[in-house]
Design a protein around this ligand. Structure first.
Ligand code: MSP
Length: 683
């Protein structure tokens, strides 16, 4: 192949994530967006290079490792294993995974630092400022609050410390010029103004690019008491992964500059100020685009372990499938804006868009081809019915709009355009009324045309879905009787009417409808369990997770009272931290007698129990219906956790939980002899 025939390249990256904890839906978001774009560009014939990885140095990791009683390297190794498993689960098609603890990265970062030092862009100076020892942080005079640490309020000390500095200000003008000449460099546009007005215009200060207060990092060449600042280390990954500064830099030559760095909005500053300046100093080309997307939030604001509202992708994928999860992420929120995750929002997307619109179109079409044409898709004969032309135009428009949206990284816009076409295809069935045409032999040609139009619309839909969904397109092809090949390529959707002659195969619904109440309960519970389950996918962080006992109580309650999970929540209890006697004393356990029991309507696993605690009666909903008949329970004495925060399960109030042992699908209530009075304390 000569150079001019060579494929166009497309290099895209995600941030390299901190392996300080397991990753949540927010990290999955950036990575799925990157993967959708990578898959799209490959379909469009590009030679794609998609990079992700982990940012493993720094004080935070050093401390977490210490808390966990391991070396930093052991600590990150475990978490990185979990992160890589998560990407496998999400079917991420990255071409490389860079770890900043790898030699290939470290060697190249040392070279970069050395060059900047030799050139005089970096110099050794002294840092003077205010230091808060408990927070291990430096502050400028103006950041102090009444002379104290702005974070913890304690007194600060004046310190003078040796540090290497980067002369950032030398490059401010060139940077602004680059912004001007490349209006698409920072996306969305609003973030550009923020960078200019808040950071560049007020004047760039020289940046301290080394630290002497901790050890876990790449050492400054020739001055090992200094560790290279983590952002210099981290940002370099985008070129070290391509072999920059190594013996084989062919990938660097081929793929750099990056077509896009995908990042969350909070790190746009590092990617659009520090990184371009580093590259200018190294005399290297600048990335073409930095896209700063928005954040996933919950109704309580930011996700956080202490609020118990962290969304763990594994729960959603295990229960609803990968494609529903990926679709939801890319469809729900415009890329660039913040979005609020709610269980209802998720369930409605699955029910309306996937089960109803897409699922029904496929089912109805395949069933009709089966019924009216013995399962064989009729040949395409052009525009036959009064509605064929409009449907064909809608298909062409969808393709055009999707391509345009993808060029602008507007994933949700692309999917909205596709769903408009899916809705129109459903409407086309109502307009053409195939069941009426089928009654009239003279209308056989029209009926055939309707069938092939529907099959073709489904084929086009399946191909547009390929960047976003990893399994559904294949399932659709199986039902439509087409094999992967020329009929599944992107270019094939630009000419309507390629399908015909295939034998359809009825299949299961691609997306079953979800029960709002049941699934809402499941998702809410999974949010309270958050990142804690002993899921093998991201197992590494469990030891360092440090969740409080409240989290554990809720986790257990979710596991044994609701029982809607079925993916191992009960196993949470396997990996608990040591607690003190005081921690244990917070749990109030008492003997209770079951005085009535009945099933909860439409919830196979739940029983509603009335308990007598001696001093009061209360209701507890328990996930034991598959193991006990209501009548078996009445009269039994059980152990109840009475000071658990009440919850509503399937609309029923549950004030506490009863203890049970379970393993491998078996469950037995912890019972006590009848002689023990109701209300007696268990400890
Ligand atoms: N290690 C740095 C990045 C260095 S890149 C040279 C870092 N790591 S991180 O683990 O904190 O990951 C931050 C990134 O994860 C965000 O920029 C974003 O891509 C993603 N997200 C983390 N939480 C998020 C949300 N709540 N919502 C959306 N994305 C978020 O910063």
């Amino acid at each position: 192949m000569t150079m001019s025939e060579a494929k166009k390249t497309y290099y895209l990256t995600t941030p390299i994530y901190y392996p300080s904890d397991k990753l949540h839906i927010g990290h999955a978001y950036t990575t799925v967006a990157g993967d959708s774009m990578a898959r799209y560009k490959r379909l469009r014939g590009y030679d794609v290079y998609f990079l992700t990885g982990t940012d493993e140095h720094g004080q935070k990791i050093e401390r977490k490792a210490e808390e966990a009683g391991t070396t930093p390297q052991q600590f990150v190794d475990r978490i990185v294993d979990g992160i890589q498993e998560l990407w496998t689960k999400l079917e991420i098609t990255h071409d490389d995974f860079i770890r900043t603890t790898e030699d290939r990265h470290k060697r190249s970062v040392e070279k970069i630092f050395q060059q900047l030092l030799d050139q005089g862009d970096i110099y050794l100076g002294t840092y003077e400022g205010w230091y808060c020892t408990p927070c291990e942080s430096f502050f400028l005079e103006r950041q102090l609050v009444n002379g104290n640490c702005p974070d913890c309020g304690r007194p600060v000390e004046r310190v003078k410390e040796e540090s290497y500095f980067f002369r950032m200000s030398n490059y401010a003008d060139r940077l602004l010029q680059y912004y001007e000449e490349n209006p698409d460099f920072i996306q969305p546009e609003s973030r550009k103004n923020e960078m200019i007005n808040n950071f560049i215009k007020p004047g760039l200060e020289d940046l301290a690019v080394s630290r002497t207060t901790f050890d876990w990092g790449i050492k400054v060449p020739g001055d090992p008491k200094h560790v290279i600042y983590v952002w210099i280390d981290a940002l370099s990954n985008y070129i070290t992964a391509l072999g920059y500064g190594s013996e084989d830099d062919s990938k660097y030559e081929r793929y750099w500059p990056a077509d896009v760095h995908l990042v969350g909005k909070e790190i746009v500053r590092f990617h659009t100020i520090y990184w371009p300046i580093m590259l200018m100093a190294l005399d290297l080309p600048l990335p073409k685009k930095v896209f700063g997307h928005g954040w996933w939030l919950t109704l309580e604001g930011k996700m956080s372990k202490s609020k118990g509202n962290v969304i763990n992708p594994v729960y959603l994928i295990d229960r609803y499938g990968l494609d529903a999860f990926r679709y939801f992420l890319m469809r729900e929120v415009p890329f660039g804006s913040d979005g609020t995750f709610t269980p209802e929002g998720f369930i409605e997307r699955v029910n309306f868009d996937l089960a109803n619109d897409l699922g029904n179109l496929l089912n109805r079409s395949v069933a009709m081809i089966d019924k009216y044409f013995d399962g064989v898709i009729p040949a395409y004969e052009g525009v036959v019915t009064a509605f064929d032309g409009e449907l064909q135009q809608a298909a062409a428009l969808a393709v055009e709009q999707v391509e345009k949206a993808m060029d602008n990284m507007e994933f949700s816009v692309a999917l909205t355009a596709l769903w408009k076409f899916i809705s129109l295809s459903n409407k086309y069935i109502d307009q053409t009324q195939p069941w009426v045409l089928a009654k009239d032999e003279a209308k056989r040609g029209e009926l055939a045309s309707v069938m092939v139009h529907l099959a073709e619309s489904l084929r086009i839909t399946s191909i547009i879905l390929r960047p976003f969904m990893t399994k559904t397109p294949q399932k659709m092809w199986e039902q439509l009787g087409i094999n992967e090949g020329s009929l599944t390529e992107w270019e094939s959707i630009k000419t309507f009417g390629q399908i015909g002659g295939q034998r359809v195969a009825k299949g299961d619904p691609v997306f079953p409808r979800l029960d709002m109440e049941e699934e809402r309960a499941y998702i809410l519970q999974s949010m309270t369990i958050g990142m804690k389950p002993a899921q093998d996918d991201q197992s590494g962080a469990a030891a360092g997770a440090g969740a409080g006992s409240a989290g554990d109580e809720r986790a257990n309650q979710a596991a044994s009272t609701a029982g809607t999970g079925g993916n191992g929540e009960a196993e949470v209890s396997d990996q608990k931290e040591e607690i003190t006697i005081d921690d244990f004393a917070k749990v109030e356990l008492r003997i209770a007698q079951v005085i009535a029991a009945e099933p909860v309507p439409k919830a196979n696993r739940l029983l509603k129990l009335q308990l007598d605690l001696g001093y009061e009666q209360r209701q507890v909903v328990s996930g034991i219906a598959e193991h006990y008949k209501p009548e078996e329970l009445v009269g039994r004495k059980v152990i109840c956790v009475v000071n658990l925060k009440p919850v509503k399960l399937r609309g029923e109030l549950s004030q506490g939980m009863i203890l049970a042992a379970s393993k491998d699908g078996q469950l037995t209530l912890a019972t006590v002899p009848d002689s023990m009075p109701n209300g007696a304390i268990v400890k």
